[in-house]
Design a protein around this ligand. Structure first.
Ligand code: SF4
Length: 263
């Protein structure tokens, strides 16, 4: 595992934090960082949107995250306002809550999760980083949270090309397995799954590596030029979605295939 980065990150203030997500499997969401040092090259949908709106100007700027310094204060104001409407809060869709080697981000994420849990609000958490071990011993309520990693390959060359500054797959999986062994709920976001003209790989091998999790979400790769050149996407994703479903049923794992993946 790599060294943590201790330089002080730039910060911004926001006017609001919690919002109702439009993502099909999500409820409320929050993003307490602007940008993400993982710098995914799928491309990253959040980066594309922020660039389109003029919030971020360059890829390099996106990769230098800025922490939302008033995130905890905003939560104090917003939790009472939304509490009755919230089923759970997802961290995060537009950044990564356990960004690899970014201790400041992880520390704030832990405080946010603790605050939500102290208000009886459960969290779903998704990272391409390494979950800290202390997540398992937070408080009684934290057992309701669900911790997930993104995993679309086991090939480190692929990761270096598409998720260049994320945690390596082994460390990511090991940290998730540790939380699972401690009795916490775990899941996998297998999205955006690449087409075979980008990488040839064995889906079952990837599924086997994380067969301990409670849920798998499977989704196709969008917005990628090379992937769009692949002529048999429809057949490919239909076949893979069927394999994911079969594997999950056999292993008693709940699953969700994202809209537009199967046709
Ligand atoms: S981890 Fe998520 S938010 Fe960060 S660059 Fe990758 S896709 Fe974007």
């Amino acid at each position: 595992m790599g060294r943590e980065i201790y330089f002080k990150m730039e910060s911004i203030e926001r006017k609001s934090l919690l919002y109702k997500s439009k993502v099909e499997y999500a409820d409320f969401c929050l993003n307490h960082v602007e940008g993400c040092s993982h710098g995914c090259r799928y491309p990253c949908y959040a980066y594309m949107m922020k660039k389109r709106c003029g919030v971020i100007k360059t890829y390099e700027e996106w990769c230098r995250p800025k922490i939302v310094s008033n995130a905890l204060k905003l939560l104090d104001k917003e939790i009472p306002k939304y509490k009755d409407k919230i089923e759970y809060v997802h961290l995060c869709f537009s950044t990564d809550p356990f960004m690899y080697r970014q201790k400041q981000v992880g520390d704030l994420s832990l405080k946010i999760i603790d605050k939500l849990n102290a208000n009886d609000i459960r969290c779903t958490v998704l990272t391409k980083g390494v979950f800290p071990r202390e997540l398992y011993k937070r408080n009684d309520f934290s057992g309701n949270n669900e911790y997930g990693i993104t995993l679309v390959s086991l090939d480190e060359n692929f990761r270096k090309a598409f998720e260049p500054h994320s945690a390596n797959f082994k460390d990511r999986i090991d940290a998730l397995r540790y939380l699972h062994k401690k009795g916490l709920k775990t899941w996998i976001s297998m999205e955006p799954y690449p087409t075979p003209n980008i990488i040839r790989q064995d889906l079952i091998e990837i599924l086997e590596a994380v067969s301990f999790v409670g849920q798998i979400i499977f989704g196709r790769l969008n917005y990628n030029v090379k992937s769009s050149e692949f002529k048999y996407s429809k057949e490919f994703y239909n076949s893979l979605a069927a394999s994911v479903i079969k594997f999950c049923k056999k292993n008693k794992i709940s699953y969700h295939v994202k809209k537009g993946t199967q046709s």
